[in-house]
Design a protein around this ligand. Structure first.
Ligand SMILES: *Cc1c(COP(=O)(O)O)cnc(C)c1O
Length: 432
């Protein structure tokens, strides 16, 4: 790396620390790295170093960075209609995107609300559920039931259903609405599901059924709340229980959607459909922010039949045509590339490559599913030490708490996965 480049990178970090606030960070973020550009599965830092990306920019860049198909779609859309308000106006990119999402989503969903980020897609899902019961004259149905270990976003309604301990929002508990938490599904993905695995949830559902608007959870893979993989059959039983007690079922597939777990959607492992589904993150292949909430007819019909008859929500940038164009290009790539085979290959490579970690002291568990590999530690990592250590290894990995994990783009090569897994194991061995 040249001295000039290193100096420029250092200057940028210094300027950043004077004025910028980073996610989950104190006012002056540390450590912090200046980034220059991205391509494929790699990130180029401003100091000249190149890193293999194990995070897909928070799980969104599934086709790798700056994919020519997505770039071309964005450039073409820029020429005609970059943005227009969505109130009272409509356009081809949005209508066709809603059609396409309904085509590939679990069956039974029939209407789409486009919004601007994952948290908002969950807010809308929750609002739809509450408005459904208000419209039906049942205002007492105003609580949510969820499982421990979940993550649904950082806004106030979504924080209230994040894991009460690991959800990063414990601190706010006193000002959040009081929802119901059941034990998380304890059956591992590959385990046989048994009734006892859902007993706690089933009993809370039974006791509180007249106060509960909906059950909300992430199907098959719990993401930021614990990186936990559980048996798909759990979801089939959950669907039965929700039907029995007439409670709505919300699937948050913001992390699991678009192939990450090995199927197009987490729900597809179980063949189960929710009443409401939220999507985000990799919807645009990691280029622009866009999210969606899909709703079934019986829910939207009930809202239409009640007062005020309209869904009371409308973000300024909803249905942004540029973001819709990126989403189309990403869906095109899912149709035309062998993502399924790639994710399967990556799963095997992550499982094998992370295996040596399971022998190390301080490691509680190692697991892989789809393009997700997790090393769960016994104690939280010290980010100030491990983050620069990963960069030294030439990989971009950003753990949270006890979870050191990889969620690489689907285009990551075997050699790049090998670099990610061996670098990760080396850092865990040295610093945990
Ligand atoms: C990331 C995430 C969200 C929040 O999405 P943002 O775009 O960060 O607001 C919600 N639910 C799940 C499951 C997520 O992984």
């Amino acid at each position: 790396m040249s001295d000039d480049a290193s100096k420029r990178a250092r200057d940028l970090v210094e300027r950043d620390r004077k004025v910028v606030w980073h996610p989950y960070a104190p006012p002056q973020a540390d450590p912090l790295f200046a980034v220059e550009s991205t391509e494929g599965a790699e990130i180029r830092l401003s100091d000249g170093r190149t890193l293999v990306d194990g995070m897909s920019s928070w799980w969104s860049a599934i086709h790798g960075y700056r994919h020519p198909t997505i770039e071309a779609a964005l450039k073409a859309q820029l020429e005609t209609l970059p943005h227009i308000m969505f109130g009272g106006l409509t356009h081809e990119p949005a209508v066709r995107l809603c059609e396409r999402l309904l085509d590939i989503a679990p069956k039974g969903l029939s209407r789409v609300f486009l919004c601007d980020s994952g948290s908002i897609a969950v807010e809308v899902a929750i609002k739809v559920a509450f408005q459904y019961w208000l419209s039906r004259g049942r205002p007492e149905r105003s609580r949510l039931l969820t499982v421990e270990g979940g993550y649904h976003g950082d806004t106030f309604a979504t924080m209230a259903v994040c894991d009460p301990v690991n959800g990063m929002h414990d601190f706010f508990r006193g000002v959040l609405p009081d929802h119901l938490f059941a034990e998380k599904p304890s059956c591992r993905f590959e385990d046989d599901f048994e009734e006892r695995h859902i007993e706690d949830l089933a009993s809370k559902l039974e006791i509180h059924r007249n106060e509960i608007a909906a059950v909300i959870l992430e199907p098959v893979v719990q993401g930021a709340g614990g990186m936990w993989f559980y048996a798909p059959a759990y979801l089939r039983r959950l669907r039965e229980l929700c039907d029995e007690h007439e409670v709505l079922l919300i699937f948050d597939e913001i992390a699991t959607g678009f192939g990450r777990t090995g199927e197009m959607f987490g729900a597809d492992h179980a063949g189960v459909s929710p009443d409401i589904l939220s999507l985000g993150k990799s919807l645009t292949g990691g280029t622009l922010t866009l999210a969606a909430t899909l709703v079934s007819d019986h829910v939207s019909d009930a809202i239409a039949a009640g007062e005020p008859g309209a869904l009371m929500h409308g973000p300024t940038y909803m249905g942004n045509p540029l973001a819709c164009a990126a989403a189309h290009a990403s869906l095109d790539l899912l149709e035309t590339t062998p993502w399924h085979e790639n994710v399967k290959r990556i799963e095997a490579e992550l499982r094998e490559g992370l295996l040596p970690c399971s022998e190390l002291p301080g490691v509680a568990d190692v697991r892989a599913l789809g393009a997700i590999g997790v090393v769960e530690l016994e104690a939280p990592v010290d980010m100030k030490i491990v983050q620069p250590a990963f960069v030294e290894e030439g990989i971009w990995v950003r753990p949270f708490g006890k979870l050191v994990y990889l969620m690489p783009p689907y285009v990551t090569t075997t050699a790049q996965i090998e670099k990610l897994t061996s670098g990760l194991c080396a850092v865990v061995e040295r610093y945990v």
